[in-house]
Design a protein around this ligand. Structure first.
Ligand SMILES: Nc1ncnc2c1ncn2[C@@H]1O[C@H](COP(=O)(O)OP(=O)(O)O)[C@@H](O)[C@H]1O
Ligand SMILES: [Mg+2]
Length: 381
């Protein structure tokens, strides 16, 4: 968890330095900088934000760079985004004083999970966003996953390059040379994903019972490996070689894995299956996304060393009282750090009360956010 946090020039946050507690609630008006604060923490962990991907959008106007720095129980992390004259961005990442060249060590050192009830895109945008949900979880709980993923991506890139080459038909043997290794790593990825998926599914079902009981059992998660794992990718690649050469890329494999949220509806003509997102109302989708995120968190927290930072933006604007109680009840019962924002003072009080009712030794802090300035509330600390 984050103990110290410093932010410079992220949106309207010019210079912020905070000491955080286990459970933190940030109260401020619209436009005060609440989402920007959560965005900065997310940026440090993932290298991008959940609003706009382009650094020139989130670096404060008239500034050339922004930084986010944090101290956790065991690590010191920093990200700096710099703009050059052409508004193109470069990134400097540091972990414990050492420059690192990829984001993954920071993601690993600081797991951050946003609970974004209105983030429908994860359900609506297609398989990439859905696969990322499973892969993020697998990355954190299965040590071997990332290495396998890197190896697979490298091989896939090589194979696709060959498939695009003009005289690919004469080079079929070269294409085939990648297949053994590709199939080997695909299988490893599938094993990791499947093991994590099975735990996720159980937690998801239980969470649905609390948030959308009306649909429990009818809404379920469905995982696809991206290839028929019984046949095995090696023989699939061999049999599909002709069509892959025509397409110019590898159509089937672990890179096409997917997790779908399905809805089973019974009618006169038997069962109909569809993607839940195509049927549910907006309010129901918010609860579904909350169930997805909370179940991800439960899976993660089951692994002792992992203490994710959970970001909940505008908690009371997004959810009704019942759902908020389930959300807070679950969050406060898990070993994670909370950063919650709200427009209302009462929300901070409610969280504090819920926490003290649990008689836990977890610390609580309330902050006021005002025009890009964040100050701790004197009474709450
Ligand atoms: N690149 C930027 N530089 C400076 N200010 C920005 C930038 N992008 C957005 N803002 C401003 O930051 C303020 C805070 O936004 P936000 O964090 O979304 O507020 P809140 O979540 O508290 O409603 C807004 O007034 C917005 O206009
Ligand atoms: Mg906001």
């Amino acid at each position: 968890m984050i103990t110290q946090l410093q932010i410079t020039h992220v949106r309207n946050l010019a210079q912020i330095s905070l000491t955080l507690a286990d459970c933190n609630v940030f109260v401020g008006r619209n436009g005060s900088g609440k989402t920007s604060l959560l965005e900065a923490v997310f940026l440090l962990s993932r290298g991008k934000t959940f609003r706009h991907h382009e650094p020139k959008r989130y670096i404060s106007h008239h500034q050339k760079s922004c930084t986010v720095w944090a101290m956790t129980g065991s690590d010191m992390l920093a990200v700096q985004k710099n703009l050059d004259e052409r508004q193109l961005a470069t990134t400097v990442l540091k972990l414990n004083g050492q420059t690192v060249t990829t984001q993954s060590p920071l993601t690993y050192a600081l797991p951050v999970l946003p609970i974004d009830p209105s983030g429908m895109t994860v359900l609506e945008e297609g398989s990439h966003a859905r696969r990322q949900m499973l892969d993020w979880l697998t990355f954190h709980v299965k040590q071997e996953f990332y290495g396998e993923w890197l190896a697979y991506q490298r091989l896939l890139k090589q194979r696709n390059l060959l498939l695009k080459s003009p005289r690919v038909r004469e080079r079929a043997g070269e294409v085939r040379a990648w297949d053994n290794q590709l199939a080997y790593h695909a299988d490893k990825l599938h094993q990791c994903r499947q093991a994590v998926f099975e735990r996720w599914q159980v937690c998801f079902d239980e969470m649905m019972g609390r948030l959308l009981p009306h649909y429990q059992g009818d809404i379920y998660l469905s995982y696809q490996a991206g290839f028929d794992d019984k046949t095995g990718l090696l023989s699939i690649l061999a049999s599909r070689l002709g069509s892959d050469m025509e397409l110019g890329y590898t159509r089937v494999g672990a890179h096409r894995a997917d997790v779908m949220v399905m809805l089973k509806q019974s009618g006169d003509g038997g069962h109909i299956k569809s993607q839940a997102v195509d049927v549910l109302s907006r309010g129901e989708k918010k609860l579904l996304i909350t169930a997805l995120r909370l179940s991800q968190l439960q899976v993660m927290c089951a692994y002792q060393q992992i203490q994710p930072v959970v970001l909940v933006d505008d908690i009371d604007a997004e959810l009704d009282v019942g759902a908020m109680n389930v959300l807070l009840g679950t969050l406060l019962s898990l070993p994670c750090q909370l950063m919650i924002t709200s427009l209302q003072d009462e929300t901070a009080e409610m969280v504090a009360q819920k926490l003290s009712a649990l008689h836990e030794s977890r610390t609580f802090k309330k902050f006021h956010v005002k025009q890009g300035d964040i100050t701790p509330d004197e009474c709450s600390t």
